[in-house]
Design a protein around this ligand. Sequence first.
Ligand SMILES: [Cu+2]
Length: 501
Amino acid sequence: MKSTFMKLALAASIAIIFGSPAVAATASDTATTQQGTNAAKGSQYGDFGPPQGDPIHAVLTSPPQVPPPIHRDKPAKVIVELEVIEKDMPISEGVSYRFWTFGGTVPGSFIRVRQGDTVEFHLKNNPNNKMPHNIDLHGVTGPGGGAASSSTAPGHESQFTFKALNQGIFIYHCATAPVGMHIANGMYGLFLVEPPEGMPAVDHEYYVMQGDFYTTGKYREKGAQPFDMEKAIAEQPTYVVFNGREGSLTGDNALTAKTDQTVRMFIGNGGPNLVSSFHIIGEIFDRVQSEGGTLAQENVQTTLVPSGGAAIVQFHTEVPGSYVLVDHSIFRAFNKGALGILKVDGPENKAIYSGKEVDSVYLGDRPNPNPNAATQAAHAASTGKLTLEDQIKAGKELFTGTCSICHQANGEGLPGVFPPLAKSSFIAADPKKSIEILLHGLTGKVTVNGQEYNSTMPPMIQINDDDAANILTYVLNSWGNPGGYVQAAEVAKVRAAPPAK
Ligand SMILES: [Cu+2]
Protein backbone atom coordinates (compact mmCIF):
# COMPACT_ATOMS: atom_id res chain seq x y z
CA MET A 1 0.00 0.00 0.00
CA LYS A 2 2.59 2.39 1.15
CA SER A 3 4.86 1.81 -1.81
CA THR A 4 1.92 2.30 -4.27
CA PHE A 5 1.19 5.59 -2.59
CA MET A 6 4.83 6.57 -2.93
CA LYS A 7 4.78 5.75 -6.63
CA LEU A 8 1.63 7.82 -7.13
CA ALA A 9 3.15 10.72 -5.28
CA LEU A 10 6.28 10.44 -7.37
CA ALA A 11 4.22 10.32 -10.59
CA ALA A 12 2.30 13.38 -9.48
CA SER A 13 5.44 15.35 -8.77
CA ILE A 14 6.87 14.33 -12.18
CA ALA A 15 3.59 15.50 -13.70
CA ILE A 16 4.07 18.83 -11.99
CA ILE A 17 7.59 19.16 -13.31
CA PHE A 18 6.88 18.05 -16.88
CA GLY A 19 3.29 19.17 -17.27
CA SER A 20 0.22 16.94 -17.31
CA PRO A 21 0.85 13.45 -18.70
CA ALA A 22 -2.89 13.12 -19.30
CA VAL A 23 -2.82 15.99 -21.80
CA ALA A 24 0.25 14.56 -23.53
CA ALA A 25 -1.48 11.18 -23.87
CA THR A 26 -4.55 12.77 -25.42
CA ALA A 27 -2.48 14.59 -28.03
CA SER A 28 -0.63 11.45 -29.08
CA ASP A 29 -3.85 9.41 -29.12
CA THR A 30 -5.25 11.89 -31.61
CA ALA A 31 -2.13 11.47 -33.72
CA THR A 32 -2.53 7.71 -33.58
CA THR A 33 -6.14 7.84 -34.69
CA GLN A 34 -5.34 10.19 -37.57
CA GLN A 35 -2.56 7.99 -38.85
CA GLY A 36 -4.38 4.75 -38.07
CA THR A 37 -1.29 3.02 -36.76
CA ASN A 38 1.09 2.95 -33.87
CA ALA A 39 3.92 3.01 -36.35
CA ALA A 40 3.32 6.71 -36.78
CA LYS A 41 4.66 7.21 -33.29
CA GLY A 42 8.29 6.84 -34.23
CA SER A 43 11.38 4.76 -33.85
CA GLN A 44 10.18 2.67 -30.88
CA TYR A 45 7.35 1.35 -33.04
CA GLY A 46 9.25 1.24 -36.36
CA ASP A 47 10.98 -2.08 -35.84
CA PHE A 48 8.87 -4.82 -37.44
CA GLY A 49 11.46 -7.53 -36.86
CA PRO A 50 14.08 -9.05 -39.13
CA PRO A 51 13.86 -8.61 -42.91
CA GLN A 52 11.79 -11.24 -44.74
CA GLY A 53 12.22 -12.73 -48.21
CA ASP A 54 15.00 -12.19 -50.73
CA PRO A 55 16.94 -8.94 -50.63
CA ILE A 56 15.54 -6.23 -52.93
CA HIS A 57 17.62 -3.82 -54.99
CA ALA A 58 16.24 -0.30 -54.52
CA VAL A 59 15.05 1.51 -57.64
CA LEU A 60 16.86 4.85 -57.68
CA THR A 61 15.61 7.74 -59.82
CA SER A 62 17.04 11.02 -61.09
CA PRO A 63 15.13 14.24 -60.36
CA PRO A 64 12.34 15.14 -60.98
CA GLN A 65 11.27 11.46 -61.01
CA VAL A 66 10.33 9.50 -57.89
CA PRO A 67 10.67 5.69 -57.57
CA PRO A 68 7.35 3.77 -57.69
CA PRO A 69 5.36 3.20 -54.48
CA ILE A 70 6.35 0.16 -52.44
CA HIS A 71 3.17 -1.92 -51.90
CA ARG A 72 4.79 -4.36 -49.47
CA ASP A 73 3.40 -5.51 -46.12
CA LYS A 74 6.58 -7.02 -44.64
CA PRO A 75 9.96 -5.60 -43.76
CA ALA A 76 12.64 -6.45 -46.33
CA LYS A 77 16.35 -6.12 -46.80
CA VAL A 78 16.85 -3.36 -49.37
CA ILE A 79 20.20 -2.89 -51.10
CA VAL A 80 21.07 0.66 -52.16
CA GLU A 81 24.04 1.27 -54.43
CA LEU A 82 24.94 4.91 -54.85
CA GLU A 83 27.96 6.24 -56.74
CA VAL A 84 29.55 9.63 -56.15
CA ILE A 85 30.54 11.31 -59.41
CA GLU A 86 32.35 14.64 -59.71
CA LYS A 87 31.43 16.21 -63.04
CA ASP A 88 31.00 19.45 -65.00
CA MET A 89 27.40 20.37 -65.77
CA PRO A 90 25.64 23.60 -66.72
CA ILE A 91 24.29 25.62 -63.80
CA SER A 92 22.78 28.17 -66.17
CA GLU A 93 22.80 28.76 -69.92
CA GLY A 94 26.44 28.88 -71.05
CA VAL A 95 27.70 28.60 -67.46
CA SER A 96 29.36 25.41 -66.30
CA TYR A 97 30.15 24.31 -62.77
CA ARG A 98 32.03 21.33 -61.33
CA PHE A 99 29.36 19.55 -59.30
CA TRP A 100 29.95 16.73 -56.84
CA THR A 101 26.98 14.42 -57.16
CA PHE A 102 25.31 11.38 -55.63
CA GLY A 103 24.46 9.33 -58.71
CA GLY A 104 25.41 11.87 -61.38
CA THR A 105 22.64 14.40 -60.74
CA VAL A 106 21.90 17.34 -58.45
CA PRO A 107 20.03 16.59 -56.29
CA GLY A 108 21.21 12.98 -56.03
CA SER A 109 19.20 9.85 -56.78
CA PHE A 110 15.88 9.54 -54.91
CA ILE A 111 15.83 6.56 -52.52
CA ARG A 112 12.53 5.00 -51.37
CA VAL A 113 12.09 2.32 -48.69
CA ARG A 114 9.40 1.19 -46.23
CA GLN A 115 9.48 1.85 -42.49
CA GLY A 116 11.08 -1.15 -40.76
CA ASP A 117 13.21 -2.09 -43.80
CA THR A 118 16.84 -3.03 -43.26
CA VAL A 119 18.91 -1.01 -45.69
CA GLU A 120 22.28 -2.30 -46.84
CA PHE A 121 23.97 0.82 -48.15
CA HIS A 122 26.86 0.74 -50.63
CA LEU A 123 28.60 4.06 -51.23
CA LYS A 124 31.00 4.04 -54.19
CA ASN A 125 33.45 6.81 -54.96
CA ASN A 126 34.21 6.89 -58.69
CA PRO A 127 37.94 6.31 -59.41
CA ASN A 128 38.13 9.51 -61.50
CA ASN A 129 37.05 11.63 -58.51
CA LYS A 130 39.51 13.78 -56.59
CA MET A 131 37.88 13.94 -53.16
CA PRO A 132 36.91 11.56 -50.37
CA HIS A 133 33.16 11.56 -49.65
CA ASN A 134 30.67 10.02 -47.23
CA ILE A 135 26.92 10.12 -46.59
CA ASP A 136 24.78 11.32 -43.70
CA LEU A 137 21.16 10.20 -44.14
CA HIS A 138 18.81 12.10 -41.85
CA GLY A 139 16.61 8.97 -41.75
CA VAL A 140 19.31 6.89 -40.06
CA THR A 141 19.44 6.28 -36.32
CA GLY A 142 23.14 6.06 -35.46
CA PRO A 143 26.24 8.26 -35.20
CA GLY A 144 26.65 10.66 -38.10
CA GLY A 145 23.58 9.19 -39.80
CA GLY A 146 25.97 6.83 -41.56
CA ALA A 147 28.72 9.37 -42.11
CA ALA A 148 30.90 7.78 -39.43
CA SER A 149 30.85 4.48 -41.35
CA SER A 150 31.01 5.65 -44.94
CA SER A 151 34.09 7.79 -45.50
CA THR A 152 35.22 6.61 -48.92
CA ALA A 153 38.34 7.45 -50.97
CA PRO A 154 38.22 7.71 -54.78
CA GLY A 155 38.15 4.21 -56.27
CA HIS A 156 36.77 2.70 -53.06
CA GLU A 157 33.42 1.46 -51.78
CA SER A 158 31.97 1.51 -48.23
CA GLN A 159 29.13 -0.56 -46.87
CA PHE A 160 26.97 -0.12 -43.77
CA THR A 161 23.52 -1.35 -42.74
CA PHE A 162 20.71 0.36 -40.83
CA LYS A 163 17.07 -0.17 -40.00
CA ALA A 164 14.75 2.65 -41.18
CA LEU A 165 12.89 3.12 -37.90
CA ASN A 166 11.18 6.47 -38.55
CA GLN A 167 8.88 7.14 -41.46
CA GLY A 168 9.07 10.47 -43.30
CA ILE A 169 10.87 12.36 -46.02
CA PHE A 170 14.51 12.89 -45.16
CA ILE A 171 17.43 14.51 -46.87
CA TYR A 172 20.82 12.93 -47.21
CA HIS A 173 24.07 14.78 -47.79
CA CYS A 174 27.82 14.42 -47.80
CA ALA A 175 29.42 15.28 -44.46
CA THR A 176 33.08 15.24 -45.42
CA ALA A 177 35.14 18.26 -44.34
CA PRO A 178 34.83 20.99 -45.39
CA VAL A 179 31.18 19.98 -45.07
CA GLY A 180 29.80 23.28 -46.38
CA MET A 181 31.81 22.96 -49.56
CA HIS A 182 30.65 19.39 -50.27
CA ILE A 183 27.03 20.42 -49.81
CA ALA A 184 27.49 23.63 -51.79
CA ASN A 185 28.75 21.53 -54.70
CA GLY A 186 25.46 19.63 -54.85
CA MET A 187 25.97 16.66 -52.54
CA TYR A 188 22.41 16.07 -51.29
CA GLY A 189 19.26 14.22 -52.17
CA LEU A 190 16.03 12.79 -50.72
CA PHE A 191 15.35 9.55 -48.86
CA LEU A 192 11.69 8.57 -48.39
CA VAL A 193 10.66 6.12 -45.69
CA GLU A 194 7.06 5.19 -46.48
CA PRO A 195 4.67 4.37 -43.65
CA PRO A 196 4.06 0.61 -43.40
CA GLU A 197 0.57 0.96 -44.86
CA GLY A 198 1.96 2.92 -47.84
CA MET A 199 0.96 6.39 -49.04
CA PRO A 200 -2.41 7.25 -50.65
CA ALA A 201 -2.25 6.87 -54.44
CA VAL A 202 -1.85 10.08 -56.46
CA ASP A 203 -1.61 10.84 -60.20
CA HIS A 204 1.89 12.32 -60.13
CA GLU A 205 4.82 12.31 -57.76
CA TYR A 206 7.70 14.70 -58.36
CA TYR A 207 11.10 15.30 -56.80
CA VAL A 208 12.20 18.93 -56.46
CA MET A 209 15.10 20.11 -54.36
CA GLN A 210 16.41 23.62 -53.84
CA GLY A 211 20.05 24.54 -53.40
CA ASP A 212 22.15 27.70 -53.21
CA PHE A 213 25.36 27.98 -55.24
CA TYR A 214 28.38 30.25 -55.01
CA THR A 215 30.47 31.06 -58.09
CA THR A 216 33.37 33.49 -58.43
CA GLY A 217 31.68 35.02 -61.49
CA LYS A 218 28.45 36.98 -61.38
CA TYR A 219 24.98 35.56 -62.04
CA ARG A 220 24.92 34.25 -65.63
CA GLU A 221 28.55 35.20 -66.27
CA LYS A 222 29.48 32.78 -69.04
CA GLY A 223 32.10 30.04 -68.96
CA ALA A 224 33.38 27.63 -66.31
CA GLN A 225 32.72 29.14 -62.88
CA PRO A 226 34.63 27.86 -59.83
CA PHE A 227 33.20 27.62 -56.30
CA ASP A 228 33.64 30.80 -54.24
CA MET A 229 34.28 30.01 -50.56
CA GLU A 230 34.11 33.69 -49.52
CA LYS A 231 30.59 34.11 -50.93
CA ALA A 232 29.56 30.82 -49.32
CA ILE A 233 30.75 31.96 -45.89
CA ALA A 234 29.05 35.31 -46.38
CA GLU A 235 25.87 33.39 -47.37
CA GLN A 236 25.55 35.43 -50.57
CA PRO A 237 24.67 32.95 -53.30
CA THR A 238 25.13 33.67 -56.98
CA TYR A 239 22.45 31.11 -57.83
CA VAL A 240 19.47 29.70 -55.99
CA VAL A 241 17.96 26.96 -58.10
CA PHE A 242 15.69 23.93 -58.15
CA ASN A 243 17.23 20.62 -59.21
CA GLY A 244 20.77 21.82 -59.69
CA ARG A 245 20.49 24.32 -62.49
CA GLU A 246 18.57 27.31 -63.71
CA GLY A 247 15.95 26.06 -66.16
CA SER A 248 15.88 22.50 -64.81
CA LEU A 249 12.08 22.76 -64.57
CA THR A 250 11.18 25.26 -67.31
CA GLY A 251 10.57 25.10 -71.06
CA ASP A 252 10.83 21.49 -72.26
CA ASN A 253 11.80 20.42 -68.73
CA ALA A 254 8.59 21.69 -67.11
CA LEU A 255 6.72 19.29 -64.85
CA THR A 256 3.39 18.17 -66.28
CA ALA A 257 -0.06 17.19 -65.09
CA LYS A 258 -3.61 17.21 -66.37
CA THR A 259 -6.60 18.96 -64.88
CA ASP A 260 -8.49 17.05 -62.19
CA GLN A 261 -5.38 15.26 -60.97
CA THR A 262 -3.64 15.01 -57.63
CA VAL A 263 0.03 15.95 -57.54
CA ARG A 264 2.42 15.14 -54.73
CA MET A 265 5.79 16.83 -54.58
CA PHE A 266 8.69 15.90 -52.37
CA ILE A 267 10.40 19.22 -51.75
CA GLY A 268 13.89 19.15 -50.30
CA ASN A 269 16.31 21.90 -49.46
CA GLY A 270 19.99 21.04 -49.55
CA GLY A 271 21.07 24.56 -48.62
CA PRO A 272 23.89 24.84 -47.67
CA ASN A 273 22.71 28.19 -46.30
CA LEU A 274 19.27 29.40 -47.32
CA VAL A 275 15.85 28.47 -45.97
CA SER A 276 13.23 28.17 -48.71
CA SER A 277 9.79 29.77 -48.74
CA PHE A 278 8.39 27.26 -51.18
CA HIS A 279 5.34 28.41 -53.10
CA ILE A 280 3.52 27.55 -56.31
CA ILE A 281 1.96 30.60 -57.95
CA GLY A 282 -1.71 29.87 -58.57
CA GLU A 283 -2.01 26.75 -56.46
CA ILE A 284 -2.83 26.13 -52.81
CA PHE A 285 -1.37 23.10 -51.11
CA ASP A 286 -4.33 21.01 -49.97
CA ARG A 287 -1.97 19.13 -47.67
CA VAL A 288 1.55 19.72 -46.43
CA GLN A 289 3.69 17.47 -44.28
CA SER A 290 5.92 20.29 -43.19
CA GLU A 291 9.47 19.50 -42.15
CA GLY A 292 8.86 16.02 -43.57
CA GLY A 293 6.93 15.00 -40.45
CA THR A 294 3.89 12.79 -40.09
CA LEU A 295 1.08 15.18 -39.23
CA ALA A 296 -0.37 17.13 -42.12
CA GLN A 297 -1.26 20.78 -42.24
CA GLU A 298 -4.01 21.73 -44.71
CA ASN A 299 -4.76 24.64 -47.06
CA VAL A 300 -1.29 26.15 -47.08
CA GLN A 301 0.00 28.90 -49.42
CA THR A 302 3.75 28.86 -48.75
CA THR A 303 5.69 26.31 -46.77
CA LEU A 304 9.03 26.84 -45.14
CA VAL A 305 11.62 24.23 -46.00
CA PRO A 306 14.66 24.45 -43.74
CA SER A 307 18.17 23.96 -44.99
CA GLY A 308 18.74 20.27 -44.43
CA GLY A 309 15.00 19.60 -44.37
CA ALA A 310 12.15 18.55 -46.61
CA ALA A 311 8.37 18.64 -46.97
CA ILE A 312 5.67 16.74 -48.82
CA VAL A 313 3.13 18.98 -50.54
CA GLN A 314 -0.01 17.80 -52.26
CA PHE A 315 -2.62 19.59 -54.33
CA HIS A 316 -5.36 18.98 -56.85
CA THR A 317 -5.39 20.60 -60.30
CA GLU A 318 -8.57 22.29 -61.50
CA VAL A 319 -7.54 24.91 -64.04
CA PRO A 320 -5.17 24.45 -67.02
CA GLY A 321 -2.15 26.69 -67.40
CA SER A 322 1.39 27.22 -66.20
CA TYR A 323 2.00 27.21 -62.46
CA VAL A 324 5.27 28.70 -61.31
CA LEU A 325 7.31 27.06 -58.56
CA VAL A 326 9.29 29.68 -56.64
CA ASP A 327 11.19 30.39 -53.52
CA HIS A 328 8.98 33.30 -52.44
CA SER A 329 12.03 35.14 -51.18
CA ILE A 330 11.32 36.47 -54.59
CA PHE A 331 14.59 37.98 -55.83
CA ARG A 332 15.90 34.42 -55.70
CA ALA A 333 13.20 33.40 -58.16
CA PHE A 334 13.60 36.18 -60.66
CA ASN A 335 17.27 37.05 -60.27
CA LYS A 336 19.00 33.91 -59.06
CA GLY A 337 17.16 31.12 -60.83
CA ALA A 338 14.76 29.60 -58.25
CA LEU A 339 11.94 29.15 -60.69
CA GLY A 340 10.20 26.12 -62.20
CA ILE A 341 6.99 25.41 -64.10
CA LEU A 342 4.21 22.88 -63.68
CA LYS A 343 2.25 22.78 -66.93
CA VAL A 344 -1.32 21.63 -66.46
CA ASP A 345 -3.22 20.59 -69.59
CA GLY A 346 -6.95 20.11 -69.89
CA PRO A 347 -10.24 21.87 -70.56
CA GLU A 348 -10.85 25.34 -69.17
CA ASN A 349 -12.88 25.54 -65.99
CA LYS A 350 -14.36 29.03 -66.18
CA ALA A 351 -16.47 28.58 -63.08
CA ILE A 352 -13.28 28.33 -61.04
CA TYR A 353 -11.06 30.70 -63.04
CA SER A 354 -12.07 33.00 -65.83
CA GLY A 355 -9.22 31.82 -67.99
CA LYS A 356 -7.26 34.98 -68.72
CA GLU A 357 -3.75 33.65 -68.24
CA VAL A 358 -1.02 36.00 -67.19
CA ASP A 359 2.12 33.89 -67.42
CA SER A 360 4.01 36.63 -69.21
CA VAL A 361 3.45 38.95 -66.29
CA TYR A 362 4.53 36.41 -63.72
CA LEU A 363 7.67 35.76 -65.70
CA GLY A 364 7.93 39.48 -66.36
CA ASP A 365 11.39 40.38 -65.23
CA ARG A 366 12.89 37.02 -65.83
CA PRO A 367 15.19 37.91 -68.72
CA ASN A 368 15.10 34.45 -70.25
CA PRO A 369 11.57 33.03 -70.07
CA ASN A 370 11.86 30.66 -73.02
CA PRO A 371 15.50 30.36 -73.81
CA ASN A 372 15.35 28.73 -77.26
CA ALA A 373 16.43 31.54 -79.58
CA ALA A 374 18.41 33.19 -76.79
CA THR A 375 20.23 29.90 -76.24
CA GLN A 376 21.08 29.62 -79.93
CA ALA A 377 22.34 33.17 -79.96
CA ALA A 378 24.48 32.56 -76.88
CA HIS A 379 25.94 29.50 -78.54
CA ALA A 380 26.59 31.36 -81.80
CA ALA A 381 28.23 34.17 -79.84
CA SER A 382 30.54 31.76 -78.04
CA THR A 383 31.73 30.33 -81.37
CA GLY A 384 32.09 33.78 -82.97
CA LYS A 385 29.30 33.09 -85.49
CA LEU A 386 26.59 35.43 -84.21
CA THR A 387 24.58 36.93 -87.08
CA LEU A 388 22.28 39.94 -87.10
CA GLU A 389 19.42 37.49 -87.64
CA ASP A 390 20.34 35.45 -84.52
CA GLN A 391 20.45 38.65 -82.51
CA ILE A 392 17.07 39.84 -83.71
CA LYS A 393 15.43 36.48 -83.10
CA ALA A 394 16.85 36.18 -79.58
CA GLY A 395 16.12 39.84 -78.92
CA LYS A 396 12.48 39.43 -79.84
CA GLU A 397 12.08 36.55 -77.43
CA LEU A 398 13.81 38.43 -74.62
CA PHE A 399 11.91 41.65 -75.34
CA THR A 400 8.65 39.75 -74.88
CA GLY A 401 9.68 38.59 -71.43
CA THR A 402 11.32 41.80 -70.30
CA CYS A 403 10.23 45.02 -72.01
CA SER A 404 6.80 44.32 -73.49
CA ILE A 405 5.00 44.63 -70.16
CA CYS A 406 5.52 48.38 -70.40
CA HIS A 407 6.41 49.19 -74.01
CA GLN A 408 3.91 46.58 -75.36
CA ALA A 409 4.69 43.74 -77.75
CA ASN A 410 4.20 46.00 -80.78
CA GLY A 411 6.48 48.70 -79.36
CA GLU A 412 3.68 51.28 -79.32
CA GLY A 413 3.82 51.90 -75.56
CA LEU A 414 0.81 53.26 -73.68
CA PRO A 415 -0.21 56.87 -74.27
CA GLY A 416 0.89 59.15 -71.45
CA VAL A 417 2.44 56.29 -69.46
CA PHE A 418 5.02 54.30 -71.40
CA PRO A 419 6.68 55.95 -74.43
CA PRO A 420 6.71 54.13 -77.76
CA LEU A 421 9.83 52.39 -79.00
CA ALA A 422 8.23 52.15 -82.46
CA LYS A 423 9.60 54.84 -84.84
CA SER A 424 10.99 56.48 -81.71
CA SER A 425 12.48 59.92 -82.33
CA PHE A 426 14.42 59.42 -79.10
CA ILE A 427 16.12 56.25 -80.36
CA ALA A 428 16.72 57.76 -83.82
CA ALA A 429 18.52 60.75 -82.27
CA ASP A 430 21.12 58.55 -80.56
CA PRO A 431 20.67 54.79 -81.05
CA LYS A 432 23.49 53.81 -78.65
CA LYS A 433 22.00 55.81 -75.79
CA SER A 434 19.51 52.96 -75.36
CA ILE A 435 22.31 50.87 -73.84
CA GLU A 436 22.64 53.33 -71.01
CA ILE A 437 18.86 53.51 -70.56
CA LEU A 438 18.54 49.75 -70.38
CA LEU A 439 21.34 49.37 -67.80
CA HIS A 440 20.84 52.49 -65.72
CA GLY A 441 17.15 53.23 -66.27
CA LEU A 442 15.65 56.59 -67.16
CA THR A 443 13.79 59.11 -65.10
CA GLY A 444 12.47 62.63 -65.62
CA LYS A 445 11.01 64.43 -68.63
CA VAL A 446 11.57 62.97 -72.08
CA THR A 447 9.90 63.78 -75.37
CA VAL A 448 9.23 60.95 -77.76
CA ASN A 449 7.51 61.57 -81.11
CA GLY A 450 6.29 64.98 -79.93
CA GLN A 451 4.72 63.58 -76.74
CA GLU A 452 6.14 64.37 -73.32
CA TYR A 453 6.62 61.62 -70.71
CA ASN A 454 7.69 62.17 -67.12
CA SER A 455 8.03 58.80 -65.52
CA THR A 456 10.61 56.22 -64.53
CA MET A 457 12.09 53.22 -66.24
CA PRO A 458 13.81 50.94 -63.72
CA PRO A 459 17.44 49.93 -64.36
CA MET A 460 17.85 46.36 -65.56
CA ILE A 461 21.34 45.37 -64.51
CA GLN A 462 20.21 41.75 -64.16
CA ILE A 463 20.16 41.41 -67.96
CA ASN A 464 23.55 40.16 -69.12
CA ASP A 465 25.61 41.76 -71.89
CA ASP A 466 24.62 39.27 -74.60
CA ASP A 467 20.92 39.48 -73.84
CA ALA A 468 20.97 43.28 -73.64
CA ALA A 469 22.77 43.53 -76.99
CA ASN A 470 20.20 41.20 -78.57
CA ILE A 471 17.20 43.09 -77.16
CA LEU A 472 18.49 46.44 -78.37
CA THR A 473 19.42 45.03 -81.79
CA TYR A 474 15.85 43.74 -82.07
CA VAL A 475 14.46 47.16 -81.12
CA LEU A 476 16.73 48.95 -83.61
CA ASN A 477 15.56 46.65 -86.41
CA SER A 478 11.84 46.76 -85.63
CA TRP A 479 8.86 49.08 -86.10
CA GLY A 480 10.54 51.64 -88.39
CA ASN A 481 13.59 52.28 -86.20
CA PRO A 482 16.90 53.07 -87.97
CA GLY A 483 18.48 49.56 -87.94
CA GLY A 484 22.06 48.69 -86.99
CA TYR A 485 23.16 46.52 -84.11
CA VAL A 486 24.54 46.55 -80.57
CA GLN A 487 27.40 44.26 -79.52
CA ALA A 488 27.81 42.63 -76.12
CA ALA A 489 31.19 44.37 -75.76
CA GLU A 490 29.52 47.78 -76.09
CA VAL A 491 27.09 46.86 -73.32
CA ALA A 492 29.98 45.68 -71.14
CA LYS A 493 31.72 49.03 -71.65
CA VAL A 494 28.67 51.05 -70.62
CA ARG A 495 28.14 48.75 -67.63
CA ALA A 496 31.70 49.29 -66.45
CA ALA A 497 31.42 53.09 -66.74
CA PRO A 498 29.68 55.00 -63.92
CA PRO A 499 26.13 56.08 -64.82
CA ALA A 500 25.82 59.57 -66.31
CA LYS A 501 24.08 62.08 -64.01
CU1 LIG B 1 31.50 14.87 -50.46
